[in-house]
Design a protein around this ligand. Structure first.
Ligand SMILES: [Zn+2]
Length: 57
């Protein structure tokens, strides 16, 4: 599976950390539009990560 990277609040690595067990979840954006997000855990410290994805193509 493709590696997903996200900014980790704990590691504070601007380059991003690899998200483990990443899965896509529905996400309600402001204004009522639906989008999607990824959730998973940081491969470095195990903190929960959340990444908002752009609109689906
Ligand atoms: Zn981390």
């Amino acid at each position: 599976m493709e590696k997903v990277t996200a900014y980790c609040m704990k590691c504070r690595d601007k380059a991003g950390s690899i998200m483990e067990n990443a899965k896509e979840v529905p996400f309600n954006r402001k204004g009522g539009t639906k989008g999607s997000a990824m959730t998973g855990t940081c491969s470095v410290c195990g903190t929960k990560m959340f990444k908002i994805l752009g609109k689906k193509k």
